[in-house]
Design a protein around this ligand. Structure first.
Ligand code: PMP
Length: 469
């Protein structure tokens, strides 16, 4: 039997990444990545940067969709995981209570609002949302659940029913009965729906991930009040906004909210091990685990595993020790100031929205005739292509990784790690400045690339029409 050596395996097969995925994984994603010039092979990562085999650095303003709040490959988290591996601890005995999950639960309770004191651990954001929704139904005995238009709560069938956004739901119905959408910022509609007295919960992201939106100042406090009035639970989904992302440990702190359930995932474990949780009031917890024969009525095999718990403890330690929440607030301020400057110089920028290290730049139809025509041409074919014309050269010319904020939105989004300083901010801003400058050259390479994207989109549609049903 040959020896297994992961280091040699990685060395031997390096570079086969996209071919392997084309053959065995998501071939459509491979096609998209190749089309938009994102088909890079990364060899290493540290802090705010990714590196290819030639040693080129790529500034990571995506952070694995908001996972790497403390930066990539933080040595303290790596050491904690290695130390725990070396101890050969018992793990997932299941019929026991392990120390590490108890310790992380204690920590989660310590850093979340005071009234939240009972934790459930799981493996992904969607799973935390599923759990929160089940607990809401279980604890209230009610069936209906409300969520906001434009919200994103995950893609498992239950969570998907509340992801009122883009094309995620298309083709997967029927969705969960009792799932209802309410207009963003519309308190009257919310009250109308709550008034019927059969709503288990209202779930919302404090800052919507798709597009980086937050409502008027008094919306959430009043929505919370309405939930209380009609006996519905108020769930804040902080899977993306949690752990300092918006310049506060929890985005709910921007409005001093006191949700009944708070979901978290992504950044909790420093990007090493899948982990997620939700925290709620003991009373709600006990209504679910209400009899001895129901002590595991909600559970998941890997939920409290040692590696995730260790990574969680170490990650929260780093967040606090390195003052990363304050740094995220500082970085957000600097980015916002610089984007305001850019907006004054680039007519393509219509709006900017920044909450800590959650950044959106929204584009709008330019006034100058030539650009207006080109803008209209691109949008006539596909409403979602223009921001890709910004994101791709940011990557290919400046090696800055950002992403398009969602379907049919003229928005690019950046989720930098919370550790960034002036050099990272300047590289992002200067890159964006240069790319927007390139957009004013018409004809020019930017619009040529846009035309290529358009042609690929048209070809794809034609081939779909020709394909047998
Ligand atoms: N809720 C929110 C607010 C999210 O941003 C996400 C992920 N983007 C999820 C839930 C789902 O998390 P996961 O991808 O880990 O299932």
């Amino acid at each position: 039997m040959s020896e297994f050596d992961i280091t040699s395996l990685i060395k031997e097969r390096a570079g086969e990444n996209y071919d392997l995925h084309e053959q065995h994984v998501n071939r459509t994603l491979v096609k998209v990545l190749r089309t938009i010039g994102f088909d890079k092979v990364y060899a290493r990562a540290k802090g705010s940067y990714l590196y290819d085999a030639e040693g080129n650095d790529y500034l990571d303003f995506l952070s694995g969709y908001g996972v790497y709040n403390i930066g990539r490959n933080h040595p303290l988290v790596a050491k904690a995981i290695k130390d725990v591996l070396d101890q050969d601890l018992s793990n997932m005995v299941q019929m026991d209570c392990a120390l590490l999950s108890g310790l992380l639960a204690e920590k989660v309770v310590e850093i979340t609002p005071e009234h939240l004191d009972a934790v459930f651990f799981c493996n992904s954001g969607a799973e935390a949302v599923e759990g929160a929704l089940k607990f809401a139904r279980g604890a209230t005995g009610r069936k209906r659940i409300l969520s906001l238009a434009g919200g994103y709560h995950g893609l498992t069938l239950g969570a998907l029913s509340f992801t009122n956004n883009g094309n995620f739901q298309e083709g997967f119905g029927p969705l969960l009965p009792g799932a209802e959408k309410v207009g963003y910022g519309d308190l009257n509609e919310l009250e109308d729906k709550l008034r019927q007295g059969d709503v288990a919960a209202f779930i919302a992201e404090p800052v919507q991930g798709k597009g980086v939106y937050w409502p008027e100042e008094d919306y959430f406090p009043q929505a919370q009040e309405l939930c209380r009035k009609y006996g519905a639970l108020f769930i804040m989904d902080e899977v993306q906004t949690g752990f300092g992302r918006t310049g506060k440990m929890w985005a709910l702190e921007h409005w001093n909210l006191e949700p009944d359930i708070l979901t978290m995932a992504k950044a909790i474990s420093g990007g090493y091990v899948p982990a997620a949780a939700f925290v709620t009031r003991r009373e709600i917890h006990q209504k679910v685990f209400n009899r001895l024969d129901r002590c595991v009525v909600h559970s998941t095999t890997f939920g409290r595993n040692n590696l995730a718990m260790t990574a969680g403890l170490a990650t929260i330690h780093v967040l606090q020790q390195e003052n990363l929440v304050a740094n995220a607030a500082w970085a957000g301020k600097v980015i916002e100031e610089k984007l305001i400057e850019l907006k004054a110089r680039h007519e393509l920028i219509q709006d900017i929205r920044v909450k800590g290290c959650m950044v959106a730049v929204e584009f709008g139809e330019p006034r100058s005739m030539k650009m207006k025509l080109a803008w209209k041409g691109i949008h006539a074919v596909d409403k979602g292509l223009f921001p890709q014309m910004i994101v791709t050269p940011l990557m290919t010319k400046h090696r800055v990784l950002t992403h398009v904020a969602g379907h049919n939105l003229d928005i690019i989004k950046a989720l930098p790690p919370l550790i960034i300083g002036e050099p990272e901010i300047n590289r992002f801003i200067n890159g964006l400045d240069d790319v927007l400058q390139d957009c004013t050259r018409l004809p020019g390479p930017m619009w040529d690339f846009g035309r290529n994207l358009v042609q690929t989109a048209i070809k794809q549609r034609k081939s779909k029409k020709l394909a047998p049903a």
